[in-house]
Write a protein of this length. Sequence first.
Length: 108
Amino acid sequence: MKFSPKVMEIIKNIDNQNQYQEENDKIEYLEKQEAKLLVRTYAYSLLKNLFIEIELSAKGNAYSMLQNKNLNGFCWNATSSIIPFFKDEDEILRGVIHPSTTREIEHA
């Protein structure tokens, strides 16, 4: 799979951080990665009418749930539900944060 230069920069910056750095630092870094207005508008146009339900514990409008962080803890499920609505060449970045040697946090 080929990623855009911006996605490759984000991956490189995450990989260059101490593997077991505090999880909040890594999450904060990821949250600071702002998508361009055009990307956000495109995502909104695809997700504004999409209703998703994940494991009976998270359900609602996909875009609103994403904005309100109601999909935290369900990132792999959510991206699996959402990706069919995007074009084949669109990218969703998934990964795993390792805050310690015994804990992993999936993100997308």
